[in-house]
Design a protein. Structure first.
Length: 117
């Protein structure tokens, strides 16, 4: 199974980005919890958003700004990020088969998001 993220880049504070994660090697369904995590320089990896069936959960710092969604026909999960802040700067990782909010069966290699002030 491979997860490949895309959509990262450099954006000014207040801007938007949409991350995509395409899975291959296995078809994921609504029963598979998918998620986005991030790791900022010098910090531990943290969960950003998870989608399981049709339920979405977010870490407090991104609520109201980020939205996770999935397209099972395309085996793809998305993270729409709006009103970006410099503290959102991190490497963002896609995960499949998320368990206990921090573990996953599969991980992508990450995509860098840099938000300038």
């Amino acid at each position: 199974v491979q997860l490949v993220e895309s959509g990262g880049g450099l954006v000014q504070a207040g801007g938007s980005l949409r991350l995509s994660c395409v899975a291959s090697g296995r078809t994921f369904s609504n029963r598979d919890a998918m998620g986005w995590f991030r790791q900022a320089p010098g910090k531990e990896r943290e969960v950003v958003a998870i989608i399981s069936w049709f339920i979405t959960t977010y870490t407090d710092s991104v609520k109201g700004r980020f939205a996770i969604s999935r397209d099972n026909a395309k085996n793809t999960v998305y993270l729409q990020m709006n009103s970006l802040k410099p503290e959102d700067t991190a490497v963002y990782y896609c995960a499949a088969g998320v368990k206990r909010g921090r573990e996953a069966d599969y991980w992508g290699k990450g995509t860098l998001v840099t938000v300038s002030s």
